[in-house]
Design a protein. Sequence first.
Length: 106
Amino acid sequence: MTLRPAIALDPGAYVRQSARVATVAGLLDCHPGDVRRLVDAGELEAHGKGVRGVRVYLDSVTDYQERRARPAKANQQVIHKPKARAAASTAAFRAAMAGLQAKGLA
């Protein structure tokens, strides 16, 4: 039995890491069908392995994430303010409040 080497013959050669479609879908937090569509559209680079297997290059995934990232705005603080409640003006609300006040609950 002969074993094929797992790495390239040249030890200095660059080997691109790849992962299965389901793994990449987990990284991108999407459905595996979405990853296959991105491969078909040319957004992600992939190669075939076997008859049906598709492996996506991980460096193309990081490039895709960098292209899709929103640029951060410099020196801007995000302040979350609660929305001000609108004054209740409906007749039903006023009638309900009057009933509660008559009972001493409001």
